[in-house]
Ligand binder design. Structure first.
Ligand SMILES: [Mg+2]
Length: 370
């Protein structure tokens, strides 16, 4: 096999304002948009791959944009000369030289997958093992606000075709019950609802919410922050429970399964360090018989395409939904067949991620390493 070597890494920034205004989750944490870091990796065979990572502010995961960019500055020189088609080798190098900080590795890993799949002339979903469907279901988050405001927002999302909603809870549990009742009252039958506390409750608050919502149909997402506290409320939860913020790797997943803590998990590509590790966690979760959501912390077309490919390469009976981040923001950085119709999104079938990046949307690079 002819050798292929990475010969340059170029890093860009794109500010991506939210179309729906401020995004708010528990504790008054909020963001106005995604501060995205976009990576272009070029190889000596003439091919290019793109990757993207955007944290949700600095409050959501243990990640922030400055850390991502400094991490890439440290790692990019180490990738020069390596084969972009060898993701396990690249990840070994990145993990050896930067302990932790998986979010800083995510865009680099994603760009190598894009390049490798293009080199094989395969869409990423096929390079990841094959596509089980052409589309993936979408969900939309209903940002925290007064109950009537959230109900109105939910109704608008339904009008836009979404059939799955995630209601942001995690404040005073009695107020959260009102939020849930107000939102569920305006939803058509068959709408799938998640109540996501974003790790904000203490166990007693989670139990109080569960008691008061016994009459409602929903899946509970990440009620408490610590693993121990989520485990402590499991017996009080007679409905599906999924963990998101807690799922940072295979070890936590296997432990949560062994403890009968989870019915499903949410994998954030950036949280776990890129496509290579997201796929591993996804595959283990599928084998363990859990429901799987593959999504990310933010971005536009590049990141959304990665979520779409990972999602459609997840078996249908194991896959829940993902997000169409490119529709959350008011700017674009490329053209991709990410059609959204009736609450579903198509995964591109062009090679790699299937995004034709418009480099003029990205401005001057922050960093060029060659
Ligand atoms: Mg969540």
């Amino acid at each position: 096999m002819a050798a292929v070597k990475i010969d340059s890494v170029t890093v860009y920034r794109q500010w991506q304002p939210f179309a729906s205004g401020t995004y708010t989750c528990s504790g008054g944490r909020s963001a106005e948009g995604f501060d995205s870091t976009i990576v272009r990796i070029a190889a000596d065979n003439g091919l290019v791959g793109w990757g993207e990572m955007a944290p949700l502010g600095s409050f959501y995961d243990p990640s922030f944009v400055g850390g991502a960019r400094e991490g890439i500055r440290l790692l990019a020189p180490l990738l020069i000369g390596l084969d972009p088609r060898a993701p396990h080798v690249l990840n070994e190098v990145m993990d050896l030289h930067l302990n932790g900080h998986p979010y800083a590795k995510s865009a680099l890993d994603m760009a190598c997958w894009d390049l490798a799949a293009r080199a094989a002339d395969l869409p990423l979903a096929e390079a990841l093992g094959g596509r089980f469907s052409t589309t993936v279901d979408l969900y939309r988050s209903v940002s925290q606000a007064a109950p009537e405001v959230m109900a109105q927002q939910a109704a608008e999302y339904i009008d836009h075709g979404y059939r799955r909603l995630q209601v942001k809870v995690g404040l005073d549990p009695d107020d959260d019950v009102e939020r849930m009742e107000a939102v569920l009252a305006v939803l058509p039958a068959g709408t799938v609802v998640y109540a996501d506390a974003n790790a904000a409750w203490q166990p007693a608050q989670a139990r109080r919410f569960l008691r008061s919502t016994a009459h409602l149909d929903y899946t509970l997402e990440q009620p408490c922050a610590s693993y121990a506290n989520n485990l402590a409320i499991r017996a009080a939860c007679d409905r599906p429970l999924v963990l998101d913020e807690s799922i940072d790797g295979v070890e936590t997943l296997v432990r949560a399964h062994a403890d009968h803590l989870v019915d499903g998990i949410t994998i954030k590509i950036a949280r776990v360090g890129g496509i290579t590790k997201a796929r591993l966690i996804r595959d283990v979760a599928v084998q363990l018989g859990l429901q799987v959501t593959v999504e990310d912390t933010g971005g536009a077309e590049i990141d959304t395409a990665a979520m779409a490919h990972l999602s459609v390469s997840t078996p249908n009976q194991s896959r829940t939904h993902t997000v169409d981040f490119h529709n959350w923001v008011t700017v674009s950085h490329g053209v991709a067949d990410l059609r959204c119709v009736d609450g579903t999104m198509t995964a591109p079938d062009a090679p790699g991620l299937g995004v034709e990046v418009d480099i003029t949307a990205l401005g001057e690079p922050l960093l060029v390493v060659s």
